[in-house]
Ligand binder design. Structure first.
Ligand SMILES: Nc1ncnc2c1ncn2[C@@H]1O[C@H](COP(=O)(O)OP(=O)(O)OP(=O)(O)O)[C@@H](O)[C@H]1O
Ligand SMILES: [Mg+2]
Length: 501
């Protein structure tokens, strides 16, 4: 893919003089055009900028004979014979509703075609009237790449003279970290993050990329479609799921040079399905902590909310954000909410377009974004998602076995300051066939409230009573669970070893 600067340069050479630059923030396209005006030809050409508030300016100074009004300013540009580059901001609303502006742009196109002049108008979105689509080159500036970020960082740091020595001798690894931390931010966001990271500094040290990364977390949070999740779950915090743990442990030295040399490729992702409350979410968190990677959670149902554009735009926005944080784990919770077979009917074409985007993206994603998807109703997922090769593995997380229940009791007693050896775990595990991990945890919690209210330590009896009061999901949802288990029987790997009771 060529960079926006290359695309614009080529378009000018090919005498396609009308260009729409899709970009957030004005400064980026300005820098680009200014730079291009200086180097596109053997001699620099004049560069004019028009905004609603400043009118026409050149090098920051008003151009006296240019009219302020947008339509007249376009006419003025079209009438000039000197080769020049023009950048118009603030036209995008009027382009859609004002035939006068459209007319003038068509005139500019006609007049500039035999010359090497060009006119770029900026727009935050890609919406053009039909008359303009055929004669306008659309350049989606996308997110800034490493070179632009590098230049932006230098520009942000340079007004502070104290930073000059460390900027000049910036170690390669710190620079790398700074660029990695800023990847995925839009131009104005990156600029703000850079500025914040340098406040009160007189050297550029390792805290700078850290601050930039924290800023990025904030931006992602504010964007609303994804969130950073604090993982912090160790494998010891999970009872059972031996097969899943083994799978993970085998991939411990994922990023090592040795693994690369051995010819191992990086895993793409896992899909976890199974019964509610049996630890799917828990395990996703454990994956991220195990690899020491940031965990980003995408709520599939949000992409249909409409706040982020069309569903497939919203999905791709999230996917690209995840790529920008690479390496990371992308947790797609309840993936069936976004791309279920039923959704195809309910959402019309949108759900199948999201599915298409998802599958293509899984194939082509850049960097290491490990997808950990969870699904409750996996039978709703279309076959393409489940086909071998999409995910490295599909795991079925079932109700815990007796041995696993024992471990789960142990874990949740210990984390709540009880000594598991004071309890008959065998008996408890025996009596909780059909209970999920979440239900066991809940029983311990309510038993502790009971004990606390009577001002005494937790006893076996309290737990037994709490368990007695619980009707496990496996009873109320017997039919569904049978169905899920039946589905998974031949199609998914079990997360834990088979019950031997
Ligand atoms: N195997 C387990 N070991 C330890 N704790 C568990 C286990 N399974 C479940 N729990 C406890 O139950 C809680 C709920 O589990 P979790 O949210 O991971 O279930 P889930 O499979 O994602 O359920 P849902 O389908 O409802 O999202 C966990 O936070 C954990 O405290
Ligand atoms: Mg969950």
């Amino acid at each position: 893919m060529s960079t926006p600067a290359e695309q614009i340069h080529r378009s000018i050479a090919a005498r396609t003089p009308l260009i729409c630059a899709v970009t957030e923030g004005d400064e980026r396209i300005e820098t680009l055009m200014q730079d291009l005006a200086g180097r596109a030809f053997s001699k620099p050409v004049p560069f004019y900028r028009w905004t609603l508030s400043d009118g026409m300016t050149q090098g920051g100074k008003p151009v006296e004979d240019a009219p302020r009004d947008a339509e007249l300013a376009l006419a003025w540009a079209a009438g000039r014979s000197e080769v020049a580059f023009y950048l118009f901001h603030d036209l995008h609303h009027r382009i859609l509703s004002d035939i006068g502006i459209v007319r003038r742009l068509k005139d500019v196109y006609q007049r500039f075609r035999p010359t090497y002049s060009c006119l770029v108008f900026s727009s935050p979105t890609l919406h053009l009237p039909a008359e303009l689509t055929t004669i306008t080159l659309v350049v989606d500036m996308g997110l800034p790449g490493p070179d632009e970020l590098d230049a932006l960082f230098a520009r942000t740091a340079s007004p502070n003279k104290q930073l000059a020595p460390s900027l000049a001798s910036l170690p390669a690894d710190v620079k790398q970290q700074i660029l990695a931390a800023a990847m995925g931010l839009s131009y104005p966001e990156a600029e703000r993050a850079f500025r914040r990271s340098l406040v009160g500094k007189n050297t550029i040290d390792a805290s700078v990329p850290r601050t930039i990364f924290e800023e990025k977390q904030q931006f992602i949070k504010k964007s609303g479609i994804m969130e950073f999740v604090e993982a912090g779950i160790r494998l010891e915090d999970i009872g059972g799921m031996k097969m899943l743990k083994d799978w993970l442990v085998k991939r411990q030295t994922l990023f090592s040079e040795e693994a690369r040399e051995f010819g191992l490729s990086l895993p793409k992702g896992v899909l976890m399905t199974g019964i509610s409350g049996c630890g799917k979410s828990l395990f996703v968190k454990a994956i991220a902590s195990f690899w020491n990677l940031p965990l980003l959670r995408l709520d599939m149902s949000k992409i249909y909310g409409g706040s982020f554009g069309s569903p497939e735009e919203a999905f791709l926005k999230a996917a690209h954000t995840a790529e920008a944080v690479t390496p990371c784990v992308l947790w797609i919770d309840e993936i069936e909410a976004g791309i279920s077979v039923q959704g195809f009917k309910a959402e019309g074409g949108a759900a199948s377009r999201v599915l298409g985007s998802f599958l293509t993206w899984m194939q082509e994603k850049k960097g290491f974004v490990f997808v950990a998807a969870t699904a409750n109703a996996i039978d709703l997922l279309p076959a393409e998602v489940l086909r071998k090769g999409r995910f490295d593995e599909i795991f079925f997380v079932s109700l815990p076995t007796k041995e696993e229940r024992k471990q789960i009791f142990r874990i949740h007693m210990s984390t709540r300051k009880n000594n598991p050896d004071d309890f008959d775990l065998n008996l408890l595990a025996h009596g909780t066939k059909g209970f999920s991990g979440a239900e066991i945890e809940q029983a311990i919690v309510s038993a502790m409230f009971e004990a606390f209210s009577e001002k005494r330590p937790l006893q076996q009896r309290d737990i037994m009573i709490a368990l007695d009061r619980t009707v496990p999901l496996s009873v109320t949802m017997q039919e569904q669970i049978k169905k899920i288990e039946h589905w998974a029987y031949n199609r998914a790997a079990r997360a834990s070893e088979k019950e031997q009771e």
